[in-house]
Write a protein that binds this ligand. Structure first.
Ligand code: UD1
Ligand code: CA
Length: 451
């Protein structure tokens, strides 16, 4: 296997995004476009990855390193074209022996298998491969001038003749090229074209001229669609969601109304999961087999074990770990808490910074008072604890296994195992009081009406 280096072009200003965030850091399915591209590239086990970025690299650098930790960075100050952008990686790659794969940071849907097929075509005298696609509307794209599956040249829209403009086979921008050939040809690029830019696409003609065959690989248009504004961002989001829904269903997940369920790029679903309408998965969710997620639940950063039942209207926040066969019901919010096997919190609760032992029952309206205005504190509930409705657990506090907390209690001290804890003002019952009250009030109202 030859070594591979990725070069990701990400120097675009993204003016049309109207954003202070660099374009490539806008998200699709909870994952930045840059991260999507690097995830795809990473599957090819590259030896190097170079991000060509514009001004303000800090955010881009942090994001890129979180996916490929030995990523390197080259700044492009003046944007003089795609060929110029790639040339920024020269100092980093000049001694590299292998194949360079150029990707666009704003074309996030490209699949690893497409890239793998592209790179594999480099062998023998084929030292360059171009990824092309049949465009529904080729306007704005570079057209591929081909002969017998060889690419002879790429002509940018503005430089096309009338005839060339009717070609629908277009350049995705993604290429693979032998590193030695790349640095041999880059100095030969000229900007004598309609845009006065150094076009990476001119490498095709130069490679042919240097005696190399330039091969063509093809993919679907959507895989290489780029994002320039938030409308295009939403188009790709929709496409991604539709694919994710399809994949989920084909792999054994029932979606009652697929169009209303939203996944993140990293959502991980087991088999025989059933998801009702209007469920949103933020980043970092893993769902075990046989889980049922009822309508209108919002789930993020959570792990849900086999057989659990979530919702309707449940909210699982980061750090929620729901045990096997546990039940989390309506209007229950769980944050940074481990819910034991078979435990239940079925109605109107907040459980944060807590551990609930197996088989415990958390009554309606129970709240872990985890925050004192300055710091967070932990609530530790043992196994098979019964917490009565409307209980406030003032953390830090520990409830021993098998304890029983009477309804409406405010628990400010630890409760030993198997004890009963209750805070209860005296209950007063006054016979006949309500009837007398009614009669007096009614008489007063009636006498007013007479006058
Ligand atoms: C480019 C291709 C065109 C192809 C199209 C696919 C060239 C000359 N043309 O055209 O054949 O059909 O992409 O979308 O390559 N970038 C930099 N620095 C620069 C210039 C660009 O980082 O100086 C980055 C951009 O941020 C973007 C990518 O390179 O991610 C493509 O640049 P763009 O200006 O959009 O190229 P197009 O004119 O669309
Ligand atoms: Ca473009």
């Amino acid at each position: 296997m030859t070594d591979l280096a990725l070069v990701v072009l990400a120097a675009g200003m993204g003016t049309r995004m109207n954003s202070v965030t660099p374009k490539v850091l806008h998200k699709i399915a909870g994952r930045t476009m840059l991260s999507h591209v690097l995830h795809a590239g990473r599957e090819l086990s590259p030896r190097n990855a170079v991000i060509v970025h514009g001004p303000g690299k800090a955010l881009v650098q942090t994001e890129a390193r979180s996916i490929i930790n030995n990523c390197e960075f080259a700044e492009q100050i003046d944007r003089l074209g795609t060929g110029h952008a790639v040339s920024m990686a020269k100092d980093i790659l000049k001694r590299f022996a292998g194949v360079v794969l150029v990707l666009y940071g704003d074309a996030p849907l490209v699949k690893a298998q497409t890239l793998r097929a592209l790179v594999r075509q480099i062998e023998g005298n084929t030292k360059m491969v171009v990824l092309g696609f049949e465009a529904a509307n080729p306007h704005g794209y570079g057209r591929l001038i081909t002969k017998d599956n060889h690419v002879l040249d790429i002509r940018e829209e503005l430089d096309c003749t009338e005839n060339e403009r009717s070609i629908r086979l277009c350049n995705s921008g993604i290429i693979a090229i032998d590193n030695a050939l790349l640095w041999q040809l880059i100095p030969k690029l000229r900007n004598n074209n309609a845009k006065f830019e150094f076009y990476l696409t001119d490498l095709v003609k130069l490679a042919n001229g240097a005696g190399s065959r330039v091969a063509l690989a093809e993919c679907r248009e959507i895989e290489v669609a780029g994002v320039n504004d938030r409308l295009q961002l939403s188009t790709l989001e929709r496409h991604f969601q539709n694919e994710a829904r399809r994949e989920a269903m084909l792999s054994g997940v029932t979606l009652i109304d697929p169009d209303t369920v939203y996944f993140s790029a990293d959502t991980n679903l087991g088999k025989d999961v059933i998801i009702e309408p209007n469920v949103f998965f933020g980043s970092g969710v893993t769902v075990g087999d046989d889980v049922v997620i009822l309508a209108h639940s919002h789930i993020e950063g959570a792990t849900i074990a086999e057989g659990a039942r979530i919702g309707p209207f449940a909210r699982l926040r980061p750090g929620a770990e729901i045990g096997e066969n546990a039940h989390i019901g309506n209007f229950v919010e769980i944050k940074q808490a481990v819910i034991g096997r078979g435990a239940k919190a079925n109605h109107l609760s907040y459980i944060g910074d807590a551990k609930i032992g197996a088989g415990s029952n958390i009554g309606a309206g129970t709240i872990t008072c985890n925050y004192d205005g300055f710091e967070k504190h932990f609530t530790d509930i043992g196994e098979k604890v019964f917490v009565g409705s409307n209980t406030s657990l003032v953390a830090p506090v520990k409830i021993g296994a098998g304890a029983n907390i009477a309804a409406s209690s405010v628990i400010t001290r630890d409760v030993p195992a198997d004890a009963l804890a209750l805070t209860r003002p005296e209950l007063q019952i006054k016979d006949g009081w309500a009837k007398r009250y009614r009669e007096v009030k009614q008489a007063a109202k009636d006498s007013k009406k007479k006058f």
